[in-house]
Design a protein around this ligand. Structure first.
Ligand code: GTP
Ligand code: MG
Length: 436
């Protein structure tokens, strides 16, 4: 069970809220109290917990909601956003160049470096082909056997040398594996004192000149991870962290949030002792799973979408409609979301569906590239786009000038359509009907 009871407690609080007939201030207070307890029990720092609940409360009560979103759903979305943020936000994996990418693993004794090195080697081998390991831990020389044992079936070479210093091993290993795509370097974690470890770390860093330094952190230390992450970050440029032992720890929430607070992104989670017990860490997916709500992300997407659409609807009715709005509108068409639905309900109005709805997926991608190629100023005021600007935008988007003109034509048609006196009035009527 990951992170002890945090997931089930969050889940229980959410379901209780969903079961309420209406959501008023009292219900929100009750909900937040349970969330606070759950987070504190998972060792999340009390200041962070209070900050989160304060923000959720403020926004849950004050913010105007789009017609298609209930306050309950909105509170859950606020919680989700805050928790994703607490866990470091959503981010793609760091770049692997493909050729000779060197990754140095660091961390204190027993944090799980050697185990993680083996896990990562398998993970990267699947994706990037030739992967090799260097075992530079001369303080616990058996660690190269531990490493070799773990990757035995994976056919991943492990470099190690008797009677050599760590620096010599790293130097020689890098030379031997210079034609490999990814080289992972396991280091020693045991030292008489912290300063000794840090000095050595600095030395490894200089020899290796790694593309990425990853800190391996044990989840069971909870929020003490903040101090550790900071100490390592001061010594070497940390590219990210891997939190191990999330499978057995009730303090994982504390460790994860502390590392995020230290500004170090968490890329992987160790969830067991075996080589396959490694997960790519993604705050959103992690939360969905943690709370046992497989459709949570879907719910959040739907809510985000509805909020976006209602903002767009408001813009449309006010007569302002720039290129960014157009892009959003076109994207909405692509998804066939509620906005489309709303517009199709405009009484007596026929959307020029033959033109706009017929846009194929390929043109949508092209349009997106073209709009990206415009300057912010041009997006705000597309009437600026003439002559040389058209050529420049086309070049930047890898499109033809004809493509740019087509897009401008579609935009102008849409705009003219929306600025027709009748339409905004109807839109306003519609918004009123929906209590906006
Ligand atoms: N349950 C669980 N155990 C883990 C995980 N990662 C590592 N371990 C265990 O933690 C212990 C220490 O792991 P190592 O990989 O040897 O840690 P290390 O950082 O290399 O240790 P030193 O080299 O002594 O500094 C081992 O018993 C591992 O099996 C994990 O994600 N989950
Ligand atoms: Mg080790």
């Amino acid at each position: 069970m990951i992170l002890g009871s945090l997931g089930s407690r969050l889940n229980r609080a959410i379901n209780k809220l969903l079961g309420k007939p209406t959501v008023d201030e009292r219900a929100i207070n009750e909900f937040l109290l349970e969330i606070q307890r759950a987070l504190l029990e998972a060792d999340v720092n009390v200041k962070l917990v209070l900050k989160i609940s304060r923000r959720i409360k403020e926004r849950a009560l004050k913010e105007k909601l789009p017609p298609t979103v209930s306050r309950k759903d909105y509170v859950i979305k606020l919680l989700y956003d805050e928790l994703v943020n607490l866990l470091g936000g959503k981010k793609p994996l760091f770049k692997i160049r493909g050729k000779s990418t060197k990754i140095l693993l660091v961390g204190v004794e027993g944090s799980g470096k050697t185990t993680t090195a083996a896990k990562l080697a398998k993970y990267f081998k699947k994706r990037f082909g030739r992967v090799a390991l260097i075992s530079s831990d001369v303080i616990r020389p058996a660690s190269h056997i531990q490493l070799a044992d773990m990757v035995r079936e994976e056919e991943i070479p492990v470099f190690w040398k008797e009677n050599a210093t760590a620096a010599e091993i790293i130097g020689e290993g890098l030379e031997r594996f210079k034609n490999y795509n990814v080289i992972l370097i396991d280091t020693a974690g045991r030292h008489k004192d912290e300063q000794g470890l840090m000095n050595e770390l600095r030395e490894y860093f200089e020899i290796t000149k790694p593309d990425h330094v990853l800190l391996v952190l044990d989840a069971t230390i909870g929020q003490a991870a903040l101090k550790q992450a900071k100490a390592f970050k001061e010594m070497v440029p940390l590219g990210g962290a891997i939190i191990t032992k999330l499978d057995g720890s009730a303090k994982g929430g504390g460790a994860l949030s502390a590392v995020a607070e230290a500004g170090v992104p968490v890329y992987f989670a160790g969830v067991g002792e075996k080589i396959d017990d490694l997960e790519r860490f993604d705050a959103g997916k992690f939360l969905s799973r943690l709370m046992g709500m497989g459709d949570l992300e879907g719910l959040i997407d739907r809510i985000d979408h509805a909020i976006e659409e209602s903002e767009l609807l408001e813009k449309m009715s006010s007569g302002k409609f720039d290129m960014d709005d157009f892009r959003q509108y076109v994207k909405g068409l692509e998804r066939m979301g509620p906005l489309d639905h709303l517009i199709s309900m405009l009484p007596g109005i026929k959307i020029p569906s033959d033109r706009i709805l017929a846009v194929g997926e390929e043109s949508l991608r092209k349009w997106d590239a073209i709009i990206n190629s415009m300057t912010p100023e041009e997006r705000r005021d597309p009437s600026l786009i003439r002559g040389a600007r058209i050529a420049r935008i086309a070049r930047g988007a890898g499109a033809t000038q004809g493509d740019v003109r087509n897009l401008l034509r579609a935009y102008n048609q849409m705009r003219a359509f929306l600025s027709g006196k009748r339409v905004p009035r109807l839109l306003r009527g519609l918004m009123k009907r929906y209590g906006m």
